[in-house]
Design a protein around this ligand. Structure first.
Ligand code: ATP
Length: 267
């Protein structure tokens, strides 16, 4: 994105995230409330994790949920893409890691999000060679500097947790593992509803029923977003065609037929 590596409060709201209720609860406890109501946590002496790893198939909402957490907490969000960090700062990626963490501390409370974090944390001595090894060591130093990490929460995301070096999964690092699965049939409906918030869906459309349809089996959130887009395009196409045959402006909503057309394209 435009502001990659820089901090902003993202505009993704919880209503934009479909399903994933358990994850929301976890993040509410571990991050949102801690930032908003720190006094509730004082006096209990609990040692709560500040590092998280979201893992699971692509396109199921890992990035989306991390942004919603930041928005909900009113925290800054720094988005780092693992492979880019390696490519852009060849020979200087350790310095880049140090700079990123120091920037995160400066704008705390802050969510530091490492997308495709596996690229930075592959098993030592295997894939990446010494560049990755030095980078990983620097990352561990930063993650372990917990005392200075006040108000900085680190969330990593990966589709390939198995290639990651186990040392990064210890408490205090990416210590809490959270699985982000493909949506269930009912969750597909909830995702469609979330995606429909800003779209003129006809009142007759039953998005939960569409989500349960066999044709949607195994679709990810990203696939459902593509489906929603195709349905909107089908409706738009119909409106434009109708208008080109007359001078009046016709307003059309997105109907079941448009979803049926879209499903044929997507699946
Ligand atoms: P990747 O592993 O490929 O980075 P990801 O799990 O981070 O994927 P996102 O980038 O969060 O996936 O999702 C991609 C897009 O798919 C989102 O911008 C959104 O439009 C849609 N999407 C995915 N999951 C959901 C969801 N649970 N609710 C609503 N929209 C979703």
């Amino acid at each position: 994105s435009r502001r990659e590596g820089f901090s902003t409060i993202p505009n993704v709201k919880w209503e934009d995230v479909g399903g994933l209720h358990l994850l929301r609860q976890e993040f509410d406890r571990y991050i949102v409330r801690r930032i908003k109501y720190p006094e509730d946590y004082e006096g209990f002496g609990v040692d709560l994790e500040t590092g998280f790893l979201l893992y699971g198939p692509p396109g199921c909402g890992k990035t989306l949920i991390a942004k919603a957490v930041a928005n909900e907490a009113g925290a800054n969000f720094i988005h780092i893409k693992g492979p880019e960090l390696l490519r852009k700062y060849v020979g200087e990626s350790e310095l880049a890691v140090r700079t990123i963490f120091s920037r995160a501390r400066t704008c705390s409370p802050c969510i530091l999000f490492f997308d495709e974090v596996d690229a930075l944390t592959t098993k030592r001595g295997k894939e990446g060679g010494w560049v990755v090894e030095r980078l990983l060591n620097q990352l561990l130093i930063e993650l372990d500097g917990a005392d200075q990490r006040q108000g900085v929460y680190v969330i990593g995301a990966t589709n390939r947790p198995e290639v990651m070096d186990r040392v990064v999964l210890r408490p205090g690092r990416f210590g809490k593992l959270l699985f982000v699965p493909l949506p269930s049939p009912d969750e597909r409906g909830l995702i469609l509803k979330a995606l429909a918030r800003k779209k003129p869906i006809d009142a007759s459309v039953d998005l939960i029923a569409i989500g349960r349809d066999e044709a949607c089996e195994n679709l990810s959130g990203a696939d459902l977003s593509a489906l929603m887009n195709e349905a909107a395009m089908a409706a738009l196409e119909e409106k434009l065609t109708a208008q080109s045959n007359s001078d009046v402006t016709i307003s059309l909503t997105i109907k079941k037929i448009h979803f049926e057309q879209a499903l044929k394209k997507v699946s």
